[in-house]
Design a protein around this ligand. Structure first.
Ligand code: ZN
Length: 181
């Protein structure tokens, strides 16, 4: 399956520097599972998407973070997910257990951004992120990146962008200094 929506959103993520290199992944729910970007693909050139069924069987070559996407779809009614590596969000994740936005959009759209632990690609990370996304639409894996979920890729992209904006404001106000690692 190929989808122009993935390419369009991938370009936005890159333009806004919410990814580094070929990091990150995106998916959309289908009736019986979800379609996710390939492992190692560039988000602005996603190519063929890989299918993961709700029997937990991923097509070969699916992103290594498919478990996180699986758990989120399994536990919520979200329709699309974006995992990105925005620098201010990652930096902030070392300083807070949860991020409380100070700017007006952040307060409105993601009043609490949970920070969770778990190594990339593990069941641990999948469990922690999916639990966090039952209560919030965006969460941060500590030292790693954001997972945002919404009704479509556009909403997931906007949430990613807003989370990064919040963290940047906190940084510019001096909020990332002097806190415990
Ligand atoms: Zn990642």
């Amino acid at each position: 399956m190929q989808n122009n929506e993935f390419e369009k959103i991938g370009k936005r993520l890159l333009q806004e520097r919410l990814l580094g290199g070929n990091f990150g992944n995106m998916s959309i729910r289908s009736e019986t599972g979800f379609y996710i970007t390939k492992s190692g693909s560039f988000m602005d050139e996603p190519g063929d998407l890989k299918y993961v069924s709700m029997d937990k069987i991923p097509e070969e070559g699916a992103s290594s973070e498919w478990r996180v996407h699986f758990d989120i779809y399994n536990k919520t009614n979200k329709k699309a997910i974006i995992h990105a590596h925005p620098v201010f969000s990652v930096a902030a994740s070392f300083c807070y257990h949860e991020i409380i936005p100070e700017d007006s959009e952040g307060k409105m759209l993601c009043p609490v951004i949970p920070v969770v632990t778990g190594e990339p690609g593990t069941d641990d990370l999948a469990w922690n992120i999916s639990e966090a996304l039952k209560k919030s639409s965006v969460a941060i894996a500590k030292g790693h990146g954001t997972f945002a979920a919404g009704k479509d890729l556009t909403e997931a992209y906007l949430l990613t962008s807003i989370a990064e904006y919040c963290c940047k404001i906190i940084y510019l106000r001096g909020g990332l200094g002097g806190l415990s690692p």
